[in-house]
Ligand binder design. Structure first.
Ligand code: F6R
Length: 606
């Protein structure tokens, strides 16, 4: 988390930095700040909270410079206040940092013993003091090489120097960093989104690299300080639509976009003429793997859990699902016939990236399903499948979740096909069913009016439960996650059949419980579990699909019916009312829907 930006130009840079920080704000909004070099001095402007709070001070500031750095913070070391806001500066250097310095205690102790005084509680400030110290006896390149070698942990850094007002240093280990090239100016940014309005020419720094950037030239170095050549990539010029349009929030827009994003993704992967899946260059043959391991965090992990049901139904593969932060520290069995699939919207999630790294180091087969195709995870996986859903700005993932499920389903079909575990007719039917999905999602979005009228009950509750069986269980997990992250009210997703083993004790008179039960093989069993919670006073909202045989239940509080697809595809439709339930509950409570407290869109720290 945290976003950094840096610019060296032939014109004043503060407003350019400010505008880029607005684009990076999805990475953190605990504080914002920028620094420029003006008449030989560092001019720092920073504030607690959002970039908007910074804007007034920047626009009225009389000192602007031709070189500068900026930062949006997601707090790790030290409270979210102005003192801990970046940049952090000495008289000679100013630094912005995304990441965590793990050996901060020892470094700080040493610096304090040598007379350095610290102003903040951040880990970043040790970098400022280290650079200041090394600069006394080294040139810029040697200073940076030595300082980076002293740091443990992860970082993307932007650094400016009063004695060298023409240059800006960028460095990365673990956290992402890109360099952009413009007319008479060059840029640093945490991601290409922040730079895209200025340039489509980008170089990504690899782990351990640093660069010395001037307005007309950029030199790259490896961790030993040896100059290296880097490729300049031309990103697609398509303008990123980051307007809310007529919607109040990005989340509302992103929910509404889902018929289109799913349609776009289907078009990318299903050949219109022959109904074949066009997953080109799939690098592995059927005998290459016997086990698939699906790995992600949060919502992406939920998409993986759903896919486990599909893989087990449509293939004979052994399937595991893992949370990246657990996987990376376990004693895994790396077998040569394992295929690892990493799912990540941002492609920058630190734990997912570390899990991918671990698999790469163990020479495993690795595949990434990402939204951001320029991301670190996309670059480091052996095979990449984009979800093609466009930039997702709302911190709570919605359209990316559906996109992740779609690509996981497509790859299930692809693998099932290459292993001859699905016959041609079944395969063709499943492709046809997929093509109907955008229309079914569109129709299901009409449940919004009813779900919005029910949301107040959830926002007034102390807590709620979401229950499901089969692949509706991970849908329940996702529904609960969305509600808690947006409404800040406890919500728990649970397998419906597990309630009697403990959680039934939570049920009390009037507690809202969402039961997710499409008309599949689990329906009757889930209905029994539903009766058990109704009997204990729960206010049950049943989410099921339309069916010709209407079943009436006594004491059921409310029912929402989504459209009916094939059983496999029901998770797509059942998710829609859950997204709106979370949205409207948070709206009733007046929460910041696109930027829920304590969270950030791109989780680049572990
Ligand atoms: C929840 C949410 C998070 C992310 C998780 C992984 O709404 O968005 O749980 O799914 O942080 O992020 P990515 O997919 O970028 O790896």
């Amino acid at each position: 988390m945290c976003g950094i930006i840096g610019i060296s130009s032939n014109k004043p840079v503060s407003t350019i930095i400010l505008n880029s920080l607005k684009k990076l704000e999805y990475r953190g909004y605990d504080s914002a700040g920028l620094a420029t070099i003006h008449k030989g001095f560092i001019n720092e402007i920073k504030c607690e909270g959002r970039v908007n709070n910074l804007e007034k001070n920047v626009l009225t500031s009389k000192s602007d410079g031709l070189i500068g750095i900026g930062h949006v913070r997601w707090a790790t070391h030290g409270a979210a206040n102005t003192i801990n806001a970046h940049p952090h500066s000495s008289e000679k250097v100013s630094v912005v940092h995304n990441g965590i310095i793990e050996n901060v205690t020892i470094l700080k102790k040493h610096l304090i013993n040598n007379g350095h005084k610290f102003k903040s509680q951040t880990d970043t400030e040790v970098i400022v003091h280290l650079i200041t110290e090394y600069l006394k006896t080294n040139n810029i390149k040697n200073t940076i090489t030595k300082v980076l070698n002293k740091l443990h942990g992860s970082f993307a850094l932007g650094i400016i120097f009063t004695d060298h007002p023409d240059l800006l240093v960028g460095a990365r280990r673990g956290s992402p960093l890109a360099v952009g090239y413009g007319p008479n100016e060059n840029y640093l940014g945490s991601d290409s989104y922040a730079l895209k309005s200025m340039t489509n020419k980008i170089t990504y720094l690899d782990d351990g690299d640093f660069c010395i950037l001037r307005k007309d030239k950029v030199d790259f170095y490896n961790s030993e300080g040896v100059i290296i050549n880097k490729k300049i990539l031309e990103l697609s010029k398509e303008d990123i639509d980051i307007n809310k349009g007529d919607f109040k929030h990005f989340m509302a827009k992103e929910i509404a976009e889902q018929p289109n994003t799913i349609n776009a993704c289907i078009k990318e992967y299903i050949n219109k003429l022959n109904n074949e899946l066009s997953i080109f260059n799939f690098p592995w043959k059927k005998e290459d793997f016997n086990k698939i391991i699906l790995i992600g965090c949060g919502t992406a992990y939920h998409a993986c859990v759903i896919a486990k049901y599909w893989f087990e139904k449509l293939t004979n593969l052994e399937v595991d699902v893992d949370i990246a932060s657990e996987f990376r520290y376990r004693n895994n069995r790396f077998r040569k016939d394992n295929l690892y699939v990493f799912v990540s919207q941002s492609g920058e999630t630190a734990d997912t990236h570390a899990a991918l790294d671990l698999c790469n180091k163990n020479k495993m087969k690795t595949c990434a399903i990402v939204n951001v195709v320029e991301s670190s995870i996309a670059r480091d996986a052996q095979f990449v499948l984009p979800i093609h859903c466009g930039q997702e700005i709302g911190v709570a993932s919605t359209k990316a979740f559906l996109g992740q499920m779609l690509v996981l389903y497509l790859i299930t079909l692809k693998i099932s096909k290459i292993r001859n575990e699905i016959n041609d007719l079944q395969y063709a039917n499943k492709i046809c069913q997929l093509k109907e999905l955008p229309e079914l999602i569109l129709k299901t979005l009409k449940t919004e009016t009813k779900i919005s009228s029910l949301s107040e009950t959830f926002s007034n509750a102390k807590g709620s439960m979401f229950l499901g069986r089969g692949h509706s269980y991970p849908v329940a997990l996702e529904g609960a996650l969305k509600l808690k992250e947006l409404s800040y009210i406890h919500a728990e997703g649970y397998p419906a059949g597990e309630m009697k083993h403990g959680p039934l004790a939570l049920i009390e008179e009037g507690m809202p419980v969402v039961v997710i039960a499409p008309r599949d093989d689990h329906y009757e069993k889930t209905m029994s579990n539903m009766q058990e919670v109704i009997a204990r006073g729960a206010k049950v909202l049943l989410i099921t699909n339309k069916s010709s045989d209407e079943i009436k239940f006594d004491n059921l509080w409310e029912k929402i019916e989504v459209e009916t697809s094939s059983i496999d595809l029901m998770p797509f439709l059942l998710t829609i009312p859950l997204q709106n339930l979370a949205y409207y509950s948070a709206l009733t409570l007046g929460h910041d829907i696109d930027k829920p407290r304590n969270l950030a869109k791109s989780v680049t720290v572990e």
